[in-house]
Design a protein around this ligand. Structure first.
Ligand code: SAM
Length: 211
């Protein structure tokens, strides 16, 4: 069995993707640049399940894209909870907010257009769960900002921390995104405020618990 067959088998033996998530995936592939950025079926289910286990009141996401992961994460919110999602590309706002409305989450998900590096410090209060899925070169800075906004006992998740295997190369020879991920992984592993697991699932998902 090769990797693709394993994935197909895993998808066939996991809860099915909802019709709306299938539609978001299909339309993202048809109409939006870089559709590989979308979380997809298995990762979406994992996010949804982790969120459901934590039952957060407040979730922060940095990197909305077309809203797939935000909809998955919002499934786990406590009743009355909120999810704030930040996206720096204004062209994605109309599509993502239309999907949030279609999911019945228009009043649950607030999308802010702007750069996470400037928006996060201005947000009030603390979050129970933060998902970092933005430009990889920004990960070290976003991690420090996210830590400041995560309550003690809360969690930060970060996607693509294996970066297609490029993290194994020499930092000196790496591009900015790879160096960003390498630096982020090192920071998290050495941060005394954090307990963490680098889960080799998909493209690598970092699970961090703020002590
Ligand atoms: C990998 S995609 C997010 C995918 C989405 N979370 C999902 O799983 O469906 C990354 C998104 O983050 C946005 N982005 C990148 N750097 C950002 C930053 N510093 N602040 C806000 N958005 C950012 C990009 O425009 C892009 O839409």
């Amino acid at each position: 069995m090769d990797g693709i067959e394993f994935l197909e088998y895993a998808e066939a033996h996991s809860s099915p993707e909802s019709e709306l998530l299938k539609k978001i995936s299909r339309e993202t592939h048809l109409f939006v640049m870089h559709p590989r950025m979308l979380s997809g079926h298995l990762q979406g289910l994992l996010l949804s399940m982790l969120s459901g286990m934590l039952a957060p009141e407040r979730i922060l996401e940095i990197g909305t894209y077309t809203g797939y992961s935000a909809i998955c994460l919002a499934q786990g919110l406590k009743p009355g909870g909120e999810l704030i999602t930040i996206e720096h590309d204004p062209e994605l706002e109309e599509r993502a907010t239309a999907y949030f409305a279609e999911a019945g989450l228009a009043s649950t998900i607030r999308m802010i257009i702007g750069d996470g590096k400037t928006v996060v410090p201005r947000l009030e209060g603390f979050f129970d769960l933060v998902f970092i899925d933005a430009d990889k070169k920004d990960y070290p800075g976003l991690y420090l900002l996210a830590m400041d906004k995560t309550r003690s006992g809360g969690y930060i998740l970060a996607d693509n921390v294996l970066w297609g295997g490029k993290i194994l190369g020499e930092a000196a020879a790496a591009d900015r995104d790879t160096r960003g991920i390498q630096e982020f992984n090192r920071m998290v592993a050495n941060d005394e405020r954090a307990e963490n697991l680098l889960l080799p699932f998909h493209d690598g998902l970092m699970l961090i618990r703020r002590k």
